[in-house]
Design a protein around this ligand. Structure first.
Ligand code: ADP
Ligand code: MG
Length: 907
């Protein structure tokens, strides 16, 4: 016996089951399961997803030959159960042909209803049912769908109109009616004739009349729809693999368009937007299939409470509601009761919120689909916690139900939904950092700061951003850039700040000189309002109102539950007291990375920093560093205070110095004046700092080793601040981190400077404090020689941004030039700067952790790259046995949940 390609279901029996989604698709597997648990489902069969892959390998003709016998047998199975015959005139069986992938891809692929009709069969159906309107309504729907989907009449450009819709409009116009259901039998007949003529004109062929010919056409069309543009795009967005393929389900038709006791609808066992435990949905009397979602007629609510709420929102009076738009609960009370009982049964069976499709044929209820419903982040949390309280899930199951990344939606300001609907979309970019932002356009960081000081809300609009823009980004509501990808400077920094950002909006034409931005012919000036939806990448004209997210009790409860199971702790990357406070509120238990360079960009600080870098000699540097010291010390105090007793890892200066110096003449002139030297001298120094490849150049511990006075000053600031707070009774646990170690002696040199300066400071202050000196592992050599480095270093923190960069040899600033092609060609599955490369970079982390702990068994190891807030990477860190992950404040809850899931999944 060959491979089984066709699985039948019907009459309480099925060859498939719910857990066969990979083979039967979600729809097929759940149709089988519903049969098995006694939910009424029209009989049918499912052709497996494997056949879809075969189809793309060997082509249409061979597949049809292979399937022929199985499909004919399965049609017989339906015929027997339905007591009718496929293609028969007197007693016809009609079927639907439906797509269904492993993961639900709503509306992305094609479905054909009422298949099996032709000019004779429609007459037979009329005689059999005594309902000509129904028979011809079904026929015209079939010719239209088949023409669109199988015969290719559906326009590919969304601006073109569907030829069939054009014909319907014309007929309705002549007749003077508005709605499809106002057409009479004669009109429907006319539609069919005109539809078929359109098919003949476009394809040169007659509309197929043979039922089996129609069936094979439809089956192959569903396979083809797996590769349509919409489906490909959707898969890309959702990370669904093209290899999975779609299944095809062929199922006996049940008819919601047979009159006033027939209906069709869609329902949810709970509210998908808010999570409220309230059965809800919409239905239409005397309608079929997609009518409810297609928006041709106004659908009615299923429950009375839903109907009342709807009427209030739509401004419909109670008299109108009750007479024109009654709920199903009121209009068809018996069917409603049955529907309500079955939706409860399905939710209890699947133990999750269900999204269901049903049809009522002359008073009999049939289910056509059920699946775990898609939901918003807020609904996801509420539903999981409700199911826990209702005893349907246990704690571990509830935690596993929540998708860490989706928590992000709950943490950022959000747009008012109604306001969004009214907004005008100007253009789209990459949804680089989620959230909602609304403000006035500014183009420069200093303008942003000024406007902010004047209490204005601003959106920074830039071609791209650089570290110099940081101060502006910090005060902006959101950031919009014309260039750059998801890992661009703007994107990374914005995510770090939890700030809404759209990057790479290519349609932006920015004119810095005139302070304007042109988008598809519309010119906006500095000061004009725009709104950004960082969750979708949409840029709106004008003000769209936002509101702060409500972190409900459920969210807090969920986080508490996560902490109960987690082994990994979660720290944050924070450079300011504000970020540290935000992270504490989100549950961070320490700072894993405090980048000191970010402290130098504001106002007077950058001047002192520039003076230090541009100084002629050690003396000059010392003088400038002395000016910086109090600033740094004050910054650290703020951060320590915010972390209130939790450990704080401070990284010594890491980036190449040229990033700090002015590259424009105005700035250079300013420095020349401030330092009392010539402009030429400044320009010379700036040029001397230029490097071919700064990422691999004079940075990290190389800076500290060539300019030891920088390390000494920073040590003094870090420990000095700690001592001051100690006096105030605040507990502080500083951890000094040497960046970019590659060689043990590089680290040892730095450690010596740190300890000597500490000893000096402690003697001066006549006080001391415990601290650790460890290193960041960013260079593969450090990972390879971790057992040597651990002889001196007291902790490791994996800087996976650099480690990824150096392991792959990809500059993260230049990856945008080839990454899209690499992803397209599947050379890379994901962007390694977003998702930790477990096989390569991960192997180095594992090795280094083991190597380090072979020397120092209690070596504390953590990760502080962007990956520290990415769920799959967090789970990997758990497996490797790291002590903590550190991520940007707004990722802290995500990391906490992922860490708990890792512990639970391990068992
Ligand atoms: P999608 O995956 O786009 O939701 P479906 O295959 O679920 O497509 O079908 C589209 C619509 O047609 C749905 O409303 C569904 O309930 C309806 N439908 C599908 N098959 C049948 C059938 N055998 N009888 C009646 N309605 C059907
Ligand atoms: Mg469906």
């Amino acid at each position: 016996m060959g491979k089984k390609r066709v699985y039948t279901f019907g009459n309480g029996q099925a060859e498939g089951r719910a857990d066969m989604k990979n083979l039967l698709g979600g729809k097929g597997a759940n149709l089988a399961e519903m049969n098995l648990i006694g939910v009424p489902v029209p009989p049918g069969f499912t052709i497996t997803t494997e056949v879809c892959s075969e189809y793309y390998e060997i082509g249409q003709d061979k597949i049809v030959a292979i399937l022929k016998e199985d499909v004919e047998k399965a049609i017989k199975h339906i015929e027997t159960l339905m007591n009718s015959k496929f293609g028969d005139v007197a007693n016809p069986l009609l079927v639907s042909v439906r797509s269904g992938a492993r993961a639900s891809m709503p509306g992305m692929m094609d479905t054909i209803l009422n298949l099996g009709l032709n000019d004779e069969v429609v007459e037979g159906l009329t005689r059999k049912t005594g309902n000509a309107r129904f028979a011809w309504d079904s026929y015209r729907r079939f010719v239209q769908m088949y023409g669109d989907v199988v015969l290719g009449l559906k326009p590919t450009n969304k601006d073109d109109i569907d030829p069939f819709e054009a014909i319907i409009e014309e007929v309705k116009h002549v007749k003077g009616v508005k709605l499809d259901n106002e057409l009479e039998v004669a009109d429907l007949k006319e539609l069919v004739v005109k539809f078929k003529a359109a098919v003949k004109k476009q394809t040169g062929k007659d509309f197929p009349t043979n039922a089996y010919e129609q069936l094979w056409g439809a089956i192959c069309a569903v396979f083809n729809s797996w590769m349509n543009e919409r489906a490909i795009l959707y898969r890309k967005m959702e990370g669904i693999s093209a290899e999975w393929g779609t299944a095809v389900t062929v199922q006996a038709m049940v008819f919601g368009n047979m009159g006033e006791t027939s209906a069709t609808g869609v329902c949810f066992s709970r509210d998908a937007a808010t999570g409220e435990d309230l059965f809800n949905g919409e239905y239409l009397i005397n309608a079929q299939g997609e009518d409810v979602v297609a928006g041709i007629r106004t659908p009615q609510q299923i429950t009375k409470i839903g109907s009342l709420r709807w009427a209030a929102l739509a401004g419909v009076s109670e008299a109108d509601r009750a007479s024109k738009y009654p709920s199903m609960e009121e209009a068809l009370p018996d069917i409603y009761k049955e529907l309500d009982a079955l939706q409860t049964k399905l939710e209890n069976h699947y133990r999750d919120m269900q999204d269901m499709e049903f049809t009522v044929q002359e008073g009999k209820l049939w289910f056509l689909q059920t699946r775990n419903g898609k939901r918003t982040g807020a609904a996801m949390v509420k539903i999981a916690m409700d199911l826990l309280r209702q005893g349907i899930l246990n704690e571990k199951e509830a935690l596993l139900r929540v998708e860490p990344n989706k928590l992000d939606e709950l943490l950022h300001p959000v747009f008012d939904k109604d306001a969004l609907k009214k907004g005008k979309v100007l253009t789209r970019g990459l949804p680089a950092s989620p959230g909602a932002a609304c403000g006035q356009i500014v183009f420069f960081a200093d303008d942003a700061a000024k406007w902010y000081a004047d209490k204005k809300k601003v959106i920074m609009v830039r071609i791209e951003t650089s570290p110099e823009d940081l101060a502006g980004m910090q005060v902006a509501e959101g950031i919009l850039t014309a260039r750059g990808g998801m890992t661009s400077h703007a994107a990374v920094v914005a995510r770090g700040m939890g700030k809404c950002c759209i990057s790479g909006a290519g349609a932006l034409n920015i004119d810095y000189k005139n302070k304007t931005v042109e988008i598809d012919g519309i010119v906006l000036q500095e000061g004009d309002f725009i709104s950004l939806n960082g969750t979708t990448g949409e840029v709106y004209a004008g003000k769209v109102e936002t509101k702060a997210p409500e972190l409900s009790g459920d969210f807090a409860e969920l986080m508490g539950l996560a902490d109960k199971y987690t082994k990994l702790t979660v720290r944050t990357n924070a450079d300011t007291p504000h970020d540290a406070e935000v992270a504490r509120r989100f549950g961070a238990v320490g700072i894993g990375l405090c980048r000191t360079e970010h402290m130098f960009f504001e106002g007077e600080k950058i001047k002192a920093m520039r003076e230090m870098i541009l100084a002629q000699d050690v003396e000059g540097r010392r003088k400038a560093l002395a000016k910086i010291l109090p600033y740094q010390q004050a910054d650290f105090k703020g951060i320590y205070r915010a972390m209130d007793g939790f450990p704080v890892t401070v990284r010594l200066l890491d980036p190449p110095l040229h990033e700090f110096v002015p590259h424009d003449e105005k700035g250079q002139q300013e420095m020349a004046e401030a330092m009392g030297v010539s402009l030429q001298y400044i320009q010379q120094r700036v040029n001397a700092l230029h490097e071919q490849n700064p990422m691999l150049g004079h940075r990290g511990s190389r800076l500290g080793n060539t300019y030891p006075e920088i390390t000494a000053m920073q040590t003094r600031a870090i420990l000095g601040a700690a001592l001051e707070l100690k006096k105030e009774g605040v507990a502080v646990y500083p951890e000094i981190m040497v960046p970019l170690t590659g060689i043990l002696y590089e680290f040892k040199e730095q450690e010596k400077i740190i300890r000597e300066e500490a000893a000096k400071l402690f003697a001066e202050m006549k006080d001391s404090i415990d601290f650790k000196v460890g290193t960041m592992i960013q260079i593969p050599r450090a990972a390879l020689t971790a057992d040597r480095i651990a002889t001196s270093a007291e902790f490791f923190s994996f800087g996976t941004n650099d480690l990824t960069q150096m392991t792959f040899g990809y500059s993260r600033d230049d990856i945008a030039s080839f990454l899209p092609v690499y992803l397209e060609k599947k050379i890379l599955k994901v962007d390694p700067f977003q998702v930790l490369d477990q096989n390569g970079v991960g192997k180095l982390i594992r090795m280094a952790t083991e190597g380090g702990r072979s020397i120092r068994p209690d070596l504390k190891c953590g990760i502080c790259g962007e990956h520290g807030g990415e769920p799959s990477s967090v789970k990997f860190c758990h497996k490797v046995g790291l002590n903590y992950v550190s991520c940007s404040p707004f990722r802290v809850p995500i990391a906490r949940l992922a860490a708990a899931q890792a512990a639970i999944e391990e068992g």
